[in-house]
Ligand binder design. Structure first.
Ligand SMILES: [Zn+2]
Length: 254
């Protein structure tokens, strides 16, 4: 029986990954921005791309045809290597994004915590399945490169979506800004703009491979819609008032 290569491989990948994320000047810069309460989703975007690039690079360096049995990526190897490492990316990026969102909420006078989306297991499974489809590894090893970065960016998009939806339900008027980065294609160019929650295009959170466009959300921007009220609505407070009214109603019925 062949020796199980996964435990040693995973250990090397995790060690490399920890070392490189710990020493990354880009990640440090993002963390300092958060500490100084100056971080925005652009810092989160940089953070996610950097974490994604590090994992993609560590995987591409350590997972090669030579170390794989029969030079093939079998499903049970792909799953045990990619599922935990991709989940770790999700933890790192979503935790950072939620902390930034909490600070943005506070800066906008909202005393609510950032919302955290669930991990997108379908995307992880998709990459596991594609890379273990039985094709020659050399031909499909690109799947553990750019798509890992794309997955990492999608975590930021998922966090923004979760918070924008939450704020909209709380009665705020979220505004989402998408900007092109680099030599953008026509599709990306067509998505660029600043949108009210209700009129944002369906594709606002979508991105093709190698797309580095940014999606930005600052809850304070919604206030511009409400210049006349001056007062920032506090959904918790309104909830309490509504509850009180209900209680009074019940009292009245008695
Ligand atoms: Zn793009």
């Amino acid at each position: 029986m062949d020796k199980d290569i996964v435990p040693a491989l995973l250990e090397t990948i995790e060690k490399d990954f920890d070392q490189r994320t710990f020493n990354s000047p880009k990640l440090k810069k993002s963390l300092i921005a958060l500490k100084n309460k100056k971080a925005t989703y652009l810092d989160v975007n940089d953070f996610a791309v950097e974490v994604g690039e590090i994992l993609a690079d560590v995987l591409s360096t350590n997972v090669t045809a030579e170390v794989l049995p029969d030079e093939k990526m079998y499903f049970n190897i792909a799953e045990r290597v990619l599922d935990p490492t991709m989940k770790k990316n999700y933890e790192l990026i979503s935790n950072f994004a939620v902390d930034v969102q909490t600070e943005l909420n506070h800066a906008a006078g909202l005393r609510i915590k950032g919302q955290s989306p669930l991990v997108n297991q379908d995307r992880i499974d998709g990459i596991v399945n594609r890379v273990s489809s039985g094709e020659e590894f050399e031909k499909i090893k690109w799947i553990i490169d750019e798509p890992i970065i794309n997955f990492s960016q999608s975590i930021v998009d998922d966090v923004i979506k979760a918070n924008v939806d939450f704020h909209a339900k709380a009665g705020l008027q979220p505004k989402i800004v998408r900007r092109v980065v680099g030599r953008a294609c026509d599709w990306c160019r067509s998505l660029e703009g600043s949108y009210d929650y209700r009129e944002a295009p369906d594709d606002i959170y979508r991105r093709h491979e190698r797309c580095r466009c940014t999606v930005d959300y600052k809850p304070g921007d919604g206030r511009k819609q409400n210049v006349w009220s001056k007062v920032w609505r506090d959904p918790k407070k309104e909830e309490k008032i509504a509850q009180r009214k209900k209680m009074n109603l019940k009292k009245g019925v008695k």
